[in-house]
Design a binder for this molecule. Structure first.
Ligand SMILES: O=c1ccn([C@@H]2O[C@H](COP(=O)(O)OP(=O)(O)O)[C@@H](O)[C@H]2O)c(=O)[nH]1
Ligand SMILES: O=C(O)[C@@H](COP(=O)(O)O)O[C@H]1O[C@H](CO)[C@@H](O)[C@H](O)[C@H]1O
Length: 323
């Protein structure tokens, strides 16, 4: 790693376990904290996550002020399970309806800014297994102890459930095969970020409202690049949360996710004048064996982008056009 990155890595990588929830309550000093869970068909796991956060960090210790589940066009009973566990529920397409409705995780996160009241927002995926409320404590730690920090990313060991057994490592496949090489190539300042695509992160609302949100799975890599360009490495930190287990998607699903990430990277390179504009959509053809033959299976993949929430009053919705 270059010296600047090594210095950042040494100074701004924290152990999540060192932060004490009661100490952080004392450090809130009137700031409100919202936890947002983007959830599409997560009825199997969302209840335990909401229950742990509510019991430990709202009822036992008043660290969190709000616990919101953004139901992202679920077709199962995600909302009912989450509501029963004590979360506030908002349906993605019912938030800012005048801005239009597009699918995707990033859209869920962007729309959450329109209803969350927190000065600090904590994003946590809803498909986690073995979730511990300390995840949120660790993410809040650097933000409530150092005003210079505006954005905190999680990192952890990532076991991989291959459907036969759970291996102790191997998760984060798109991170290792796509995101990390691209970031090291084009944004070497971010080479010290251990898990650039991790789905658990926290930031000050004042920052989140100033950056665009890529509407699909490109949201994390787009946000990381935009946060770097907005607050610099000096405004960023990362926290070790130990181990994170989640539903591991198939390689085919991850290839489609990777395409979204590559389109997002191309949009950022275009913004720097280093690449042509990313097309609004691309057709990805993948192959499945069918007896003696392989069958081509094509998916049209596109990502769009929402403007910074602060601007939503002046900007119309920008779909297919890159900032
Ligand atoms: O259109 C979507 C896709 C995903 N998600 C949520 O975003 C998180 C991460 O998605 P996923 O698990 O599919 O990604 P992975 O972690 O496998 O990369 C999960 O809580 C999903 O329910 C969402 O809210 N809307
Ligand atoms: O890090 C990764 O490579 C992907 C896939 O993880 P796995 O290989 O299924 O453990 O998971 C992340 O990427 C998504 C896109 O940024 C995020 O939205 C997810 O929250 C995150 O789990």
């Amino acid at each position: 790693m270059r010296a600047e990155v090594q210095d950042w890595y040494s100074a701004r990588s924290f152990q999540g376990s060192v932060f004490d929830r009661w100490d952080l309550v004392a450090r809130k000093q009137g700031q409100r904290v919202s936890v947002v869970l983007p959830a599409k068909n997560e009825s199997a796991t969302i209840g335990a996550i909401v229950t742990a956060l509510r019991a430990e960090l709202m009822e036992e210790v008043p660290l969190l002020d709000e616990l919101i589940v953004i139901d992202s066009n679920s077709t199962d009973d995600t909302s009912a399970v989450a509501a029963n566990a004590g979360a506030l529920i908002a349906h993605q397409d019912q938030i800012l309806p005048d801005a239009g409705c597009i699918p995707g995780k990033g859209e869920a996160l962007w729309k959450s800014l329109a209803i969350a009241s927190g000065d600090i927002i904590v994003f946590i995926d809803a498909d986690l297994h073995g979730f511990e409320a300390q995840f949120a404590v660790g993410l809040l730690g650097p933000l409530l102890t150092d005003p210079r920090i505006h954005f905190v990313k999680s990192y952890y060991d990532r076991p991989l459930d291959n459907g036969v057994r759970v291996m102790p490592a191997g998760g984060g496949r798109v991170t290792e095969l796509v995101a990390r090489p691209l970031l090291n190539l084009f944004w070497p300042q971010l080479a010290g970020v251990v898990q650039p695509l991790s789905g658990e992160y926290a930031a000050r609302r004042s920052l989140l409202e100033c950056i665009p949100f890529v509407s699909g799975y490109g949201v994390e890599i787009g946000m990381l690049i935009d946060v770097l360009e907005t607050v610099g490495l000096g405004g960023m930190a990362q926290v070790d949360l130990g181990e994170r287990r989640h539903r591991n998607s198939t390689d085919g699903e991850l290839a489609r996710m990777a395409m979204q990430i590559q389109l997002t990277v191309q949009s950022r390179l275009h913004r720097r004048g280093l690449a042509q504009a990313a097309p609004p959509t691309v057709e990805l053809t993948q192959f499945l064996r069918d007896g003696e033959h392989y069958i081509g299976d094509s998916t049209v993949i596109g990502v769009s982008e929402r403007p910074p929430m602060l601007e939503i009053g002046q900007h119309s919705f920008t779909t297919g056009k890159w900032a």
